[in-house]
Ligand binder design. Sequence first.
Ligand SMILES: Cc1cn([C@H]2C[C@H](O)[C@@H](COP(=O)(O)OP(=O)(O)O[C@H]3O[C@H](C)C(=O)[C@H](O)[C@H]3O)O2)c(=O)[nH]c1=O
Length: 186
Amino acid sequence: MRHFSFIDTLLTGLKIVERQRIGDTRGFLSRLLCTEELAAAGWEKPVVQINHTYTAREGTVRGMHFQHAPHSEMKLVSCLHGAVWDVAVDLRADSDTFLQWHAERLSAENNRALLIPEGFAHGFQALTDDVELLYCHSAAYAPESEVGLNPLDARLAIAWPLPVTELSARDAAHPPISEEMEGVRV
Ligand SMILES: Cc1cn([C@H]2C[C@H](O)[C@@H](COP(=O)(O)OP(=O)(O)O[C@H]3O[C@H](C)C(=O)[C@H](O)[C@H]3O)O2)c(=O)[nH]c1=O
């Protein structure tokens, strides 16, 4: 039995993951990770870290984060509680959709996840209070190679659905993307 179905987006390699729910009178079982099914969707490396984040307030934005090579990572982002507007930005230097973004509503009830290839920045806005996300990573956290784009950067023009209620000082301080795009193409 397959637990995942994949929906392509306009950004090559970025896929929406629809996760099966196997329900009965007690509740349900839902698979969060299946390396065999994910391999078919392009996840080539082992999962090396799993992170869990809690975001208290509706409107909070976290992102836009990515790691430079050799620490580039794929991410599988699932929402375990509440709902988010999840955004991935294509930073691949050779991509026809460079600097374009895709947003997907992930929630505990729609059981959707986002499969994000290497070369993308990731961020989200909490659409409810008490949001919990689970991230599977194909590379270890490498703070020395982690960089961020300002989620409010005019060159990204991400149409966040809610007023931004909270942004970390670090994320707010990311400089605007320059004309030369230095440090942005990966
Ligand atoms: C990602 C990470 C962070 N940290 C430390 C660094 C900070 O002291 C603290 C919070 O980190 P940060 O503010 O980067 O957390 P988020 O803003 O939720 O960032 C995460 O969410 C965005 C949307 C992502 O896509 C990334 O996976 C990840 O960067 O945890 C660690 O110790 N290990 C880790 O793997």
